[in-house]
Design a protein around this ligand. Structure first.
Ligand code: GTP
Ligand code: MG
Length: 418
């Protein structure tokens, strides 16, 4: 078919910016942990009667031990999070499946997704799901099994979250620490505010899956107004999905595209104010067909040509546009996640190390003063001993002379008597 669509290899991927930064910050925090733990143990080991360590200093370092442990746990779990929103049946689940290169999430006509579904890497190569408020791992081997399990979780309600853990062998995104969150249609839920509070505040990127057969709807706009009221300048991408439908009306294609682009750019720049310029916003809007991309990738995996069967005109263009979206999305999410996830931790790490260092330096200072004082006392005692020794020597010489004289006198008297 003359089209090369090999998946972005992990090493070239912009996602590596995050992956490498995560590795590095974890290493650095490992060293911070050793330093803080060593310092805390040292302080504990200093005998109390020396009165060298103040209680508040001990408390500071001990509390840092707990903090570093907590941060290390968060860092180990940190990932890049992308959340997909849009009206029912616009193709959110299909877009996610295309990005994952596999039919994982249930999709279909009608209202399919009934709760939040977060797809992330499975660490043991098995596919399973964990529903909210439960520790039970339910194995899922196929999309139909997953759909069934999700239906059984229906009682959880549209605000609840089901985590799906999936093997990473076919999904480079999962391998590189991206988690993808699917949502029910924003037009079917009255819970938008609590959705945002529960599922959106830690998202690095939002993808609005719009329907290119209609126009951007007020419900979609309102949802993102709410998001941007809670988050400063969220990263938003807009996918005009189902663009394959345009192939049947080629005479209107350019005009419709222009109209959608204009409206979406107006929305991002003037209304939502998440992009500074129209040129920047244009880099956030794509015209794609998730359904075609998914089919192509499934074919490719099976070793078949990517465009078997009936494909609408313009397939290659739409396919490239989807890849272009993925590339720009990867760059954006990677940089944004490094900034939002690691910046704070870097600052806290610096503060923890410098606090601990201050405590240890103060201790060193106090110990040096004490040692100097002791040295002074020792010197004085030595001087005193020196003096006494000399006095003794003098006394000894005087006594010797006296005794000699006495002996001489006695000898003299004795000789006279004789
Ligand atoms: P809910 O979960 O119900 O909110 O829907 P959704 O937004 O997840 O949509 P889903 O992915 O389930 O897709 C709905 C229907 O649209 C399915 O039958 C898909 O096969 C179809 N579909 C998705 N993307 C495209 C596309 O790009 N072109 C065409 N022609 N059909 C699509
Ligand atoms: Mg869905």
């Amino acid at each position: 078919n003359g089209l090369s669509i090999s998946p972005t290899t992990s090493l070239q991927s912009p996602l590596q910016i995050f992956v490498r930064a995560k590795k590095k910050i974890n290493l650095v925090y490992g060293e911070v942990e050793v330093y803080v733990n060593d310092s805390a143990n040292f302080l504990l080991g200093v005998p109390k009667n020396c009165e060298l360590v103040k209680q508040e200093e001990q408390d500071i370092v001990t509390s840092h031990v707990g903090k570093v442990k907590g941060i290390r746990e968060v860092l180990a779990r940190d990932h890049m999070k992308v959340a997909f929103f849009g009206r029912t049946s616009n193709g959110k689940s299909t877009v996610i499946n295309s990005m994952l290169r596999e039919r994982i999430l249930p999709s279909g006509i009608g209202h399919t997704t009934n709760c939040f579904i977060q797809v992330e890497a499975s660490e043991n190569g098995e596919s399973y799901l964990i529903a909210e408020n439960s520790d039970e791992r339910k194995n899922v081997k196929s999309v139909s099994q997953l759909a069934h399990s999700l239906l059984c979780s229906d009682s959880l309600g549209d605000n609840s979250l089901v985590k799906v853990f999936w093997p990473t062998d076919k999904c480079p995104l999962l391998r590189d620490d991206v988690v993808l969150v699917d949502s029910p249609g924003i037009d079917v839920s009255p819970n938008l505010d609590s959705w945002i509070d529960r599922h959106c505040l830690d998202a690095d990127v939002f993808v609005l899956v719009a329907n290119s057969e209609s126009t951007l709807m007020l419900t979609e706009k309102n949802f993102f107004f709410k998001v941007s009221a809670r988050l400063s300048k969220p990263n938003v991408f807009v996918l005009n999905n189902r663009w394959d439908a345009s192939a049947s009306e080629p005479e209107f294609l350019e005009e419709v595209r222009k109209q959608h682009l204009l409206r979406t750019v107006d929305f991002l720049v003037d209304e939502l104010k998440v992009c500074n310029s129209r040129a920047e916003a244009e880099q956030r809007v794509f015209f794609v067909s998730a359904k075609e991309v998914l089919q192509a990738r499934i074919n490719e995996f099976k070793g078949l040509p990517i465009n078997t069967g009936m494909v609408a005109d313009g397939f290659h263009g739409r396919y490239f546009e989807f890849q272009d979206f993925e590339r720009k999305f990867e760059e954006c999410i990677s940089k944004s996640a490094v900034r939002t996830k690691f910046d704070q931790h870097t600052k806290r790490g610096k503060a923890i190390v410098s606090d601990t260092r201050n405590v240890m330096e103060a201790l060193l200072e106090r110990a040096s003063v004490k040692r100097a004082a002791k040295t002074q006392i020792r010197r004085e005692v030595l001087d005193h001993l020196d003096f006494t020794e000399k006095q003794l020597q003098l006394v000894t010489v005087e006594m010797k002379d006296k005794i000699c004289k006495m002996v001489e006198e006695v000898e003299h008297k004795v000789s006279k008597a004789l």
